[in-house]
Design a protein around this ligand. Structure first.
Ligand code: CIR
Length: 256
């Protein structure tokens, strides 16, 4: 029986120096952010994950957002080259943590890629062309995943940091998306549902089996997901939202 591992990392005390692209800087309460992050880890445990904390990186402000450092599929993992220079060193510890579990490859210069731009639904992999992920990064990812049978396509988006700010996979055949940030047509071949129009940043949800972690502020989208048969787990991640992070960003989940 395979275990479900969830790699996480503590909130860095320097998080107030985080990168910001689309939101205005607001003071982040580090204690509150850490408490919310612990509740998030509890929610992962309750869904069967074995949570493993990576070594803390107190001097890397965005290091809690471990998702951006790797793309993991069953056959291998791709260590990213994050688009923000300040985030490049985050991959070192993630590489060591993943080494026992997957064959590793890496995105190399001049390619850049953030894990938050990579949405996988079954054998389809959608990659956002963003301020962090460039065409060369997508080309390299395509070359690395293609031989394993993944069909990689590039997605344009607007007014959001990462593709997964705009859309999330709910299993292999269904995508939740925010039509203000991404077009339905980008996900041709998959069923699509939209977030509630009144809820900004509701499209970043974390699906584990038939359960979905949903931002506590997105209650209408949560009701929609329940009506589709999902078990919704509301998670308050309001402090890390000030750092432009969502629910998928804070873990790297794999079967091991
Ligand atoms: C950044 O700008 O890189 C961080 N402040 C937020 C990263 C969030 N990660 C994600 O959406 N995967």
């Amino acid at each position: 029986m395979k275990r479900l591992l969830a790699f996480t990392r503590a909130v860095a005390p320097s998080i107030n120096e985080c990168e910001l692209t689309h939101v205005a800087r607001e003071r982040i309460d580090v204690v509150r952010a850490s408490e919310q992050h612990e509740r998030y880890e509890d929610a992962l445990r309750a869904l069967g994950c074995e949570v493993r904390r990576l070594a803390p990186e107190p001097d890397l402000p965005d290091s809690v957002f471990v998702e951006d450092a790797a793309v993991i599929v069953d056959e291998c993992a791709v260590i990213t080259r994050p688009g923000a220079e300040s985030r490049r060193r985050e991959v070192v510890s993630v590489t060591e943590a993943l080494r026992p579990h997957r064959a590793l490859n890496a995105i190399v210069a001049p390619g850049t890629l953030d894990g938050g731009d990579v949405l996988r639904a079954g054998r389809r992999v959608f990659v956002g062309l963003s301020s962090r992920t460039n065409a060369e990064g997508i080309r390299q990812l395509t070359a690395l995943l293609g031989p394993h049978g993944y069909d990689v396509s590039t997605v344009a988006m607007r007014d959001c940091l990462h593709l997964k700010t705009a859309a999330s996979a709910l299993g292999d055949a269904l995508v939740l998306l925010d039509p203000q940030c991404v077009e339905h047509e980008s996900f041709d071949g998959l069923e699509r549902i939209e977030v509630d129009a009144s809820e900004r940043f509701a499209a970043n949800v974390l699906c584990i089996g038939r359960a979905v972690l949903v931002p506590a502020a997105a209650s209408r989208t949560a009701t929609l997901l329940e009506s589709r048969g999902f078990t919704v787990v509301p998670v308050d991640a309001s402090e890390l939202a000030k750092a432009e992070g969502g629910l998928t960003c804070c873990s790297l989940i794999l079967h091991a």
